[in-house]
Design a protein around this ligand. Structure first.
Ligand SMILES: [Zn+2]
Length: 122
């Protein structure tokens, strides 16, 4: 495996781990993506510097590319987090079933027609 291939895999690994952490800790998706992008850039370029022992002449380009790459990876990693939080919000909404998220507007039976759970009065 070539040196550049190892570098790309390392960048992907850093981006994935940082993205997961940012999305788990930061509730705002946009902020999580930008934070993950910046953190990925900093960590990757630090690792590249420590590995090579000097700053690459194309250092600013490396910062830009790693940042962009980190943001793109973070955006994709954020998809399941955004879906999960949207479902959570729907469930917290009083007009929806707390168990399955089914819309209970106008329901008078007191039982969710989707999952059969008794509706808790809010
Ligand atoms: Zn239900």
């Amino acid at each position: 495996m070539s040196e550049s291939m190892i570098g790309l895999l390392m960048l992907l690994g850093i981006a994935l781990v940082v993205s997961l952490l940012c999305h788990a800790l930061i509730r705002r998706p946009g902020l999580a993506v930008v934070t993950a992008g910046c953190t990925t850039t900093a960590l990757f370029n630090l690792a590249a510097y420590l590995h090579a022992g000097f700053l690459d002449p194309f250092f600013p380009i490396a910062v830009f590319v790693a940042g962009l790459y980190g943001c793109i990876v973070a955006w994709f990693v954020g998809i399941p987090f955004r879906i999960h939080r949207r479902r959570q919000k729907t469930r917290e909404d009083s007009s929806s079933c707390r168990n399955c998220g089914y819309n209970l507007t106008g329901n008078i039976s007191g039982i969710c027609p989707e999952c059969g759970r008794a509706i808790e009065p809010s």
